[in-house]
Design a protein around this ligand. Structure first.
Ligand code: TYD
Ligand code: MG
Length: 402
């Protein structure tokens, strides 16, 4: 029988703090009871550490938890837990990969929060294909989902990602769960970014920022300059101010342009989307007359940051132009989106960007004309900052590079 909407009670879902404010932020205000969250990331990035910390904090607050470890022995989990601050003795765990045993344990223990590390190691005896195969992962996830929803157990599933950055296993996994978080960063550096790729209970804008220390992950509440490195400006570097959720992150975007020996010159990016570089390169070639067609172009965002904000187009273009002309841009930052016609388009959050740049001593900022007008009208240009309005890519080249 269908019911009338009037009879549906729509109270706000219950949230439980994970104890990690950056994780809560990305989830949209904490864990939703009975939700299933997939946490993906490269091996070694810190997924097990993140979720262990959350479980320990929950347990310390009297929330019943369970860790299902399919990859590590209880002794290994204990060694990791000992590195962290706080009590660890009460954590309940099973080292198990057979889904029937996991489900039985869940139904017996009825934890409020359960971590399964990792989903790829779980397998069902009812299915003939090998553990880790698509049908196994899909089936086990379905089983866990039913138990989670049926008993209001919040489930956090660790998922490995492939080299290409996709969650290993079927895409359908991402459709089954309520939220998909990805844990990113350069493993050789301590900073980590947590993002939501999907979130049924919140936005996917917010990012969480952590630092991996000798005693686990620590949230970084003011991360704006974390990815900014000091040192003299070299040709090919420009500073970007990317707004990710409620945060503005500064970083250096670096480009290297060299003549290519290949018929198909190389375009290699780290921290920005390769299609974005292709577009910016095409605009610089066609609208600013730069000869990039026979050059290899390499781009990197400093500090291991990955940027999705389209306002990074302008600093990216600047970095490439600066590299091509071998002209350094000391203390120059930029934000703005490039259109295919070569125009520099208005972006949101101009004020936050300029404020953060000013706070970190950046003196010259290139910005879209409308953003500059808006900031001046509002009297929001910080002291010591020179704003330079740019309307199209030729302005940029003329005013800065030439
Ligand atoms: P881990 O959580 O095992 O990563 P994942 O589950 O994503 O594979 O942690 C990875 C790295 O973090 C490992 O190289 C050890 C390091 N680490 C620290 O630097 N400090 C710590 O307190 C802990 C627990 C781990
Ligand atoms: Mg792990």
């Amino acid at each position: 029988m269908p019911q009338r909407l009037a009879s549906v009670s729509a109270h706000a879902e219950e949230r439980l703090s994970s104890g990690l404010s950056e994780l809560d932020l990305v989830l949209g205000g904490g864990l939703v009871q009975g939700s299933v969250v997939l946490v993906g990331g490269e091996p070694g990035i810190g997924k097990s550490t993140l979720l262990l910390q959350a479980l320990l904090d929950l347990e310390a607050r009297g929330v019943a938890t369970l860790l299902v470890s399919g990859e590590e022995s209880p002794a290994q989990v204990k060694m990791r837990a000992r590195r962290l601050d706080g009590p660890v003795d009460d954590l309940r765990l099973i080292s198990e990969t057979r889904s029937a045993q996991v489900l039985a344990c869940l139904e017996e223990q009825m934890p409020a929060v359960c971590v399964v590390d990792s989903i790829q190691t779980m397998w069902s005896e009812e299915i003939s294909s090998a553990p880790g195969s698509v049908s196994q992962i899909r089936d086990v996830t379905g089983q866990l989902l039913r138990v989670a929803k049926g008993n209001a157990i919040t489930m956090l599933l660790v998922g490995h990602v492939t080299k290409a950055g996709d969650l290993a296993g079927p895409r359908v996994l991402e459709h089954m769960v309520d939220a998909v978080l990805s844990f990113e960063g350069d493993r050789t550096r301590p900073y980590r970014i947590l993002r939501a790729a999907k979130n049924r209970f919140g936005s996917t804008n917010e990012v969480g920022v952590f630092q991996m220390t000798g005693r686990g992950l620590v949230g970084v509440p003011d991360p704006s300059a974390l990815f900014l490195e000091d040192g003299p400006a070299s040709p090919g570097a420009a500073i970007l101010a990317a707004v990710e959720g409620s945060r503005c992150l500064l970083a250096e975007v670096q480009a290297l342009v060299v003549s290519s020996a290949l018929a198909m010159p190389r375009r290699v990016t780290r921290g920005v989307d390769g299609n974005r570089l292709a577009m910016v390169t095409a605009v610089l070639t066609r609208r600013a007359g730069m000869r990039l067609g026979e050059c290899d172009i390499f781009v990197n965002v400093g500090g291991g940051l990955s940027v999705e904000d389209p306002a990074a187009d302008l600093p990216l273009a600047l970095a490439v132009a600066s590299a091509l002309h071998d002209k350094p841009l000391p203390g120059v930052a930029a934000f703005g989106e490039l259109s295919l016609t070569g125009r520099v388009r208005y972006v949101a959050h101009g004020e936050v960007r300029v404020q953060e740049l000013a706070r970190h001593g950046i003196e010259r900022v290139l910005a879209p004309r409308r953003n500059v007008d808006e900031l001046r009208d509002r009297g929001a240009v910080p002291q010591g900052v020179t704003l330079q309005a740019v309307e199209d890519i030729q302005d940029v080249v003329r005013g800065v590079i030439a």
